[in-house]
Design a binder for this molecule. Structure first.
Ligand SMILES: [Cu+2]
Length: 160
């Protein structure tokens, strides 16, 4: 192990250093210790790089797995001329809907939209509701992604 380490360090030594090693055994000893320290530092560096790469991979894959609302009917900020015949939510990945709530704005009282969250995983959820009166609405949703993360969001739309 020690010879291997000192051999490894040979390439980095200057010519005068090599001569000094030949001349002085005490220097050889300190030099060996320096190579061991170098090797320890190197292994720490590799360990750090390995751990950080692993962490970044885990982090990026978990953020990648996060789902978001990619499309909806009514759309965010949409101003409808009549009550929508259909509601639809499309997510970037498979989710299970925990809750969908529609609220009158600005009072905030909930409106029945006849939506019972299905037990199945899906990316698109479509349902029809009864006629809604003219108002501004706040649409809130809560879903669970396949990575187990709960996500929620909301947006407004209005019916003129
Ligand atoms: Cu997630």
């Amino acid at each position: 192990m020690a010879t291997d380490l000192s051999l490894h360090g040979l390439g980095a030594r200057s010519r005068s250093e090599k001569i000094m090693i030949k001349l002085s055994s005490s220097f050889k000893f300190t030099h060996k210790r320096a190579s061991v320290m170098k090797a320890i530092k190197r292994s720490f560096l590799f360990g750090f790089l390995f751990a950080s790469t692993l962490l970044s991979l885990l982090f990026s894959s978990s953020t990648f797995a996060h789902v978001s609302l990619s499309e909806s009917r009514p759309a965010k900020g949409e101003v409808l001329s009549a009550s929508p015949s259909e509601f639809s939510l499309t997510f970037s990945g498979e989710v299970r809907v925990v809750k969908v709530v529609l609220k009158h704005q600005p009072e905030g009282n909930p409106v029945d939209i006849s939506f019972a969250p299905p037990k199945q995983w899906a990316t698109t959820f479509t349902w029809s509701s009864g006629a809604l009166p003219s108002s501004a609405y706040l649409f809130e949703w809560v879903v669970v992604g396949k990575d187990g993360h709960k996500m929620k969001g909301s947006y407004e739309f209005s019916i003129q």
